[in-house]
Design a protein around this ligand. Structure first.
Ligand SMILES: NC(=O)c1ccc[n+]([C@@H]2O[C@H](COP(=O)([O-])OP(=O)(O)OC[C@H]3O[C@@H](n4cnc5c(N)ncnc54)[C@H](O)[C@@H]3O)[C@@H](O)[C@H]2O)c1
Length: 454
């Protein structure tokens, strides 16, 4: 690869001047890890090595970061799924000079052997044990915040939110962060609108390359994979209802159709609904779709998308799965209330709810994000792209604030700079051995000019 990656080509970076230097709060805690079993460290290594093979872009970035040290002397607090792919990212950040404190963004997706392997590494502490309760989950977030981070990396906004709400003394030290998911970015935007977000966060979910590769193709495939692992059901011939036709929902709908399902889409956005219709999907409101749904998959980022009224309509044997970030899309509380009997674990990650009228509904992964709980999440190759976007975004923030940003830039949720998207797409193409054309000078001039017509 030619040339250094940082600073990014054409990207103006304003360095923090000496007068703006922020005095760091004391770094008190997070010197030790809280993991299930340090003895699992060796068990986790092969999984990380396997993921590394499918993550060539992070491999390239690691080499550049090792040379350029964009995070030298900086502490990064990460609240991410503790998986093999995340381990590859963490190694990329530490190669760039960072000290990393990692907490799990979902206790159900934590892989204890990966947590142990990472905790054994220099410059990394890990606060993650599979299946911990809500209290411990937040305790772990506080432990990584004890490190008084310079940068944060979030997946769902719990870290950034906790930092602002409960540890405001740390805000001044933070140069910025990145957020991986749409739901997290939506929370950030609400914080920013209320004037309550006090450092810039790059919303990595909106990166063009991320939305395409990660949400549509990665989630589209891995959600079906998680459902199949949990149920071993035959999708062909089934009526599958997909709620939400964003990048995730459309990816899920396309994969379900590819497996032979008749797919119904529900939406609240007329443009997205029209898009689904034009792509040949049947579009119905949930009240009309629910009675037909043999497999219902939510991917909206909203709540009670399958609510109590819909539960009353579902056919006997219907399976319910959620692909959205939070476990509120299927009204699990209402389901428990109407059930006269609950048979937990009829298969791993599948619970059967028997209703008073005799219908049996199967809830997968307790209504949590099914591809992470019942499957392995997105394939490593997909995470390679998304994590590369986030690693480069953090390096960009580490180098200083965007010079051309509005005065209130510090309160904003930032888009991924176009250069980063283009850079990651180019590296991914290169890793796949795919070459593309480049504009000739004449073509570039033609496209930039408004004087030339036909
Ligand atoms: N499982 C994963 O691996 C994974 C990966 C990325 C994102 N996500 C999560 O999946 C969810 C969707 O992501 P996205 O990028 O497609 O988001 P998006 O916001 O672009 O799309 C969501 C769509 O759902 C629609 N919607 C909202 N409320 C609805 C309702 N009540 N009924 C029907 N449709 C409704 C919206 O109009 C929108 O078109 C988010 O929660 C995101 O965090 C999951």
């Amino acid at each position: 690869m030619a040339g250094p990656l940082l600073p990014l080509e054409g990207q103006q970076i304003a360095q923090r001047g000496p007068t703006e230097a922020v005095e760091s709060p004391p770094r008190t805690g997070a010197t030790s890890s809280d993991i299930a079993d340090p003895g699992l460290a060796l068990t986790g290594q092969p999984g990380i090595a396997w993921a590394e093979r499918a993550m060539p872009v992070l491999g390239m970035l690691r080499a550049v970061f090792a040379r350029e040290q964009p995070f030298a002397g900086l502490t990064i607090a990460c609240c991410l799924h503790v998986t093999a792919e995340t381990a590859v990212l963490i190694r990329t950040l530490t190669a760039g000079g960072a000290r990393v404190h990692l907490a799990a963004s979902n206790p159900l997706s934590t892989q204890d052997d990966i947590a142990a392997a990472l905790a054994a590494e220099d410059a990394v502490t890990v606060q993650a044990r599979a299946g911990v309760d809500r209290g411990t989950y937040y305790e772990h977030i506080h432990r990584i915040l004890d490190s008084a981070p310079d940068l944060v990396m979030d997946d769902g906004c719990d870290l950034v939110n906790t930092l602002h709400e409960e540890r405001p003394e740390l805000i001044g030290n933070v140069r910025g962060g990145s957020e991986a998911t749409s739901s997290g970015a939506a929370r950030l935007r609400r914080m920013a609108a209320a004037g309550s977000l006090h450092f810039p966060v790059v919303a990595a979910d909106l990166s063009a390359v991320g939305r395409m590769v990660d949400h549509k193709y990665g989630t589209g495939q891995s959600v079906l994979d998680g459902i199949l692992r949990a149920t071993n059901t035959l999708v062909a011939g089934k009526t599958v209802v997909v709620a939400g036709f964003g990048p995730c929902g459309s990816g899920v709908a396309e994969r379900a159709r590819g497996l032979g399902a008749q797919v119904i889409v529900t939406e609240v956005d007329p443009v997205r609904a029209l898009g689904a219709l034009m792509q040949g999907f049947r579009v119905l409101p949930m009240s009309a779709a629910a009675p037909l749904g043999e497999l219902v998959i939510t991917a909206t980022g909203s709540r009670e998308v399958v609510g109590a009224a819909d539960l009353a309509l579902l056919p006997d044997g219907a399976m319910l799965a959620n692909a959205g970030h939070f476990d509120v899309e299927i009204d699990v509380i209402a389901l428990a209330e109407v059930a006269v009997e609950v048979n937990r674990g009829v298969r791993p990650y599948a619970d059967e709810y028997v209703l008073a009228d005799g219908r049996r509904l199967i809830l997968l992964a307790e209504g949590r994000v099914v591809n992470l709980v019942a499957g392995e999440g997105n394939p490593a190759a997909v995470m390679d792209t998304s994590f590369a976007v986030q690693a480069l975004s953090l390096a960009w923030l580490a180098a200083g604030q965007p010079a051309d940003a509005a005065p209130n830039a510090l309160d904003r949720v930032l888009d991924v700079p176009e250069d980063i998207d283009a850079r990651v797409a180019s590296l991914t193409l290169a890793s796949l051995g795919t070459r593309i054309d480049t504009l000739t000078e004449e073509q570039r001039r033609y496209l930039e000019s408004w004087r030339q017509g036909s």
